[in-house]
Design a protein around this ligand. Structure first.
Ligand code: ADP
Ligand code: MG
Length: 432
């Protein structure tokens, strides 16, 4: 009922061009990796075994995953839309390095709104009498890139009359971001419907071939913009999710790909040998991926986990403690990290977390513009995201692209949180 502009920085932020290019260059590798994990039952089972004993949300997702596999997949076309996020870690000698924060494999957002931010910042620079600098800003259109993935999946599904269904939240604050992608689909004569899990529970059904129907319309692609947090689910919503996963429709992402994006999987990927196992034969991809990893540590029960817990308690400012959650505002830092870890250090509860080296970027000054907030200059740090899109049919990759970028900037006093969490704002990289 109230429309606000999306928050943004007044000025674009400097981003080292070598790191920007590095982030783009590794995106297709990450697409391959996520896709490979999603097809590796043995790896997912082994990796998530300790987590699902203590984390109910991951356990429920995992149960759906197993149930769908037992029945046999009806889905043969797979669509991944992810966003790999990075910060520029400032080493001891001051040289920045690209370090991955996480990869989001479900509901990765702001590809729509950020397709407009370069134009906003270009205008600001012109108003400031800097047309040359304005022309230096790169065009960026993830809306289109994401939509092209959906289009490809829709085509391969192969039914002209079938629709694309966006699964959205009960109260959707970020609707305009989604509309940007939706518009690209309508422009290509693909019909889009928006439904909640509760609608799917009430009106969704499968036929004998497990084709998915909503209100009598066949659904070719299900694009989740929800379903990644425990609060998105009640019993009925879990049943709706199961129905969708059992269907022949292309889910973006399918449940396996959602699990591939858990923080526990991220931590296991950093173990020596794991990438080599998952991407065997792709030696260069493995090297490019590993170069972006920060230190990641398992808190599984046993000697290794005991040592890690003690190390973090002794020096909490060096680390971030992360539970298996998405959406910002869940991680623990500093004194709070120490207190929580001290309390659970001898309990299996600690295995619901992973530990990560804290990345320390060089702050820069900018103005953060937010509706109804006073304007003031802040010391800021930025996080760069690259959108990845891929489509697989059976065993064959038919699309694998980097579809654009997102730069989010926040004041340094906030350790955590994205744009939706009200902390970060939209930005544009100014390559230096
Ligand atoms: P979420 O799934 O909630 O988005 P993230 O892993 O992306 O979880 O963490 C949320 C935010 O916390 C990030 O956007 C970043 O600002 C901060 N953060 C996460 N990991 C680190 C890290 N290793 N070092 C510094 N800041 C971090
Ligand atoms: Mg994040």
């Amino acid at each position: 009922q109230v429309v606000n502009y999306a928050p943004f920085t007044l000025l674009p932020s400097a981003v080292p061009s070598a790191l920007f290019e590095q982030a783009y260059a590794v995106q297709q590798d990450f697409n391959l990796l996520v896709d490979s994990i999603s097809q590796n039952k043995e790896f997912l089972e082994r990796t998530l075994a300790s987590t699902i004993k203590v984390d109910d949300f991951t356990a429920r997702l995992f149960r759906i995953y197993m149930q769908v596999l037992e029945e046999g997949l009806a889905q043969s076309v797979f669509l991944g839309i992810n966003r790999s996020d990075y910060m520029f870690d400032c080493g001891v000698d001051g040289t920045p390095a690209l370090k991955q924060i996480e990869i989001n494999t479900i509901a990765a957002s702001f590809g729509g709104l950020t397709s407009r931010t370069a134009a906003v910042h270009g205008r600001v620079l012109k108003v400031l009498g800097k047309p040359k600098e304005a022309s230096h800003l790169l065009p960026n259109n993830p809306s289109k890139g994401l939509a092209l993935g959906i289009v490809k999946a829709w085509e391969l599904y192969g039914s002209q009359s079938a629709v694309v269904m966006f699964v959205v939240e009960e109260v959707q604050r970020n609707i305009f971001d989604q509309r940007c992608i939706e518009n690209e689909l309508w422009d290509r004569n693909i019909q889009v419907i928006r439904r909640r899990f509760s609608d799917v529970f009430e009106k969704g059904s499968l036929d004998d071939a497990r084709r998915l129907y909503m209100d009598g319309q066949e659904v070719a692609v299900v694009y989740y913009r929800e379903g990644y947090m425990p609060k998105n689910y009640n019993q009925q919503n879990w049943e709706a999710r199961l129905l969708l996963e059992r269907s022949r429709a292309v889910k973006c992402p399918d449940i396996a790909t959602q699990l591939a994006g858990t923080k526990k999987v991220q931590q296991e990927l950093s173990r020596p040998g794991t990438l080599e196992e998952l991407l065997s034969g792709h030696t260069e991809a493995v090297t490019r991926i590993r170069a972006t990893f920060a230190g990641l540590y398992s808190l599984d029960m046993g000697k290794e986990g005991d040592k890690i817990a003690a190390m973090a308690i002794a020096d909490p400012d060096r680390f971030v403690l992360k539970p298996q959650r998405e959406g910002g505002g869940n991680n623990l830092y500093g004194e709070e990290l120490r207190q929580v870890l001290e309390k659970i250090r001898d309990s299996p509860e600690r295995t619901s977390y992973i530990l990560m080296d804290k990345i320390k970027p060089q702050p820069a000054l900018n103005y953060l513009l937010r509706a109804h907030s006073p304007l003031q200059v802040s010391e800021c740090i930025s996080e760069l995201g690259i959108f990845g899109v891929y489509v697989r049919q059976g065993k064959e990759m038919v699309m694998n692209t980097a579809a654009g970028h997102l730069l989010r900037t926040k004041a340094i006093e906030h350790a955590d949180g994205g744009v939706a969490a009200g902390v970060a704002v939209l930005d544009t990289p100014y390559l230096v």
